[in-house]
Design a protein around this ligand. Structure first.
Ligand SMILES: [Zn+2]
Ligand SMILES: [Zn+2]
Length: 268
């Protein structure tokens, strides 16, 4: 926490009492006698950073450690009291309110990460940390993508689910990796109407090679045309059989006097 605080990242979290060397709080029993909402605070200067430990008595004692929030101001919480059989107000320090406000988001992120977590067999602890943050990044990207999709009024059924999003991202990165000259990462972007058209074209000829993900198709890197044997043009609604072929996407695309499927395919 002190390392983070020095980088101006302040944090707050629950802490086990045995992690707080040399700091003592009264136990739950003693605090319970003083009534619900009783709180105690300890401050310490650790490595030039002021760290506060706070114990607050609800039904059970909660211990929080923070580098930014103080106990003040103290709010009032409404709680049901079993003994009194009535709703009572319980004093609640700001640090607890702050913790409760963001705890839900952290729980949600943990649950989203656990859905398609990267499993590694490595025993090195830092590999686990690395992959954990990769999972965090992917989930956060997906949440941003969903927010953008909703801002753009894209219907829910066209918005990628987390699994789809992750697969599409993986596909983009894998294709990217095949090219040593590549500098920019391919990324999935929001699905417009064209994605559905490409999906239709994909379905109509199941024997042919799949059309790459939109993030790869439109990344604008290393899509060089080569001449090969004739094949069906993969641009939707085009029935020509050109000799021109995209080296990266591995699909046939035509360029004629009247139309340029090669550019259309890679841009829309
Ligand atoms: Zn291409
Ligand atoms: Zn064409």
């Amino acid at each position: 926490m002190t390392v983070l605080a020095k980088k101006q990242i302040y944090c707050l979290g629950t802490v086990r009492i045995n992690r707080l060397q040399g700091i003592s709080f009264e136990n739950d029993k003693a605090l319970g006698k003083k009534g619900r909402g009783t709180h105690q605070e300890n401050k310490a200067l650790v490595d030039d950073v002021e760290v506060r430990a706070k114990k607050w008595m609800d039904n059970k004692g909660v211990t929080l450690l923070s580098t930014f929030a103080s106990a003040e101001p103290v709010w009032e919480l409404k709680r049901y009291d079993k003994k009194a059989k009535a709703v009572v107000t319980v004093p609640c320090p700001a640090v607890v309110t702050e913790y409760n406000k963001f705890m839900g988001g952290v729980d949600l992120m943990d649950s989203l990460i656990s859905l398609y977590r990267i499993h590694t067999r490595s025993k090195k602890y830092y590999h686990k940390i690395f992959f954990h943050f990769l999972d965090v990044t992917v989930v956060n990207c997906w949440l941003l993508y969903r927010r953008d999709s909703s801002d753009l009024d894209i219907p829910e059924r066209k918005v990628m689910m987390l699994q789809e999003f992750k697969l599409s991202l993986a596909e983009s990165l894998l294709l990217e990796g095949k090219n040593p000259m590549a500098k920019k990462r391919g990324r999935p972007s929001s699905n417009g109407g064209t994605a559905a058209q490409f999906a239709k074209k994909k379905k109509s000829s199941p024997a042919t090679k799949p059309i790459p993900a939109e993030g790869v198709r439109t990344d604008g890197y290393h899509h060089y045309p080569v001449v090969t044997t004739r094949g069906r043009c993969k641009n939707p609604d085009c029935k020509s059989a050109p000799v021109l072929y995209c080296q990266k996407c591995k699909v046939h695309l035509c360029i004629t006097k009247d139309k340029n499927c090669f550019v259309e395919f890679h841009t829309k």
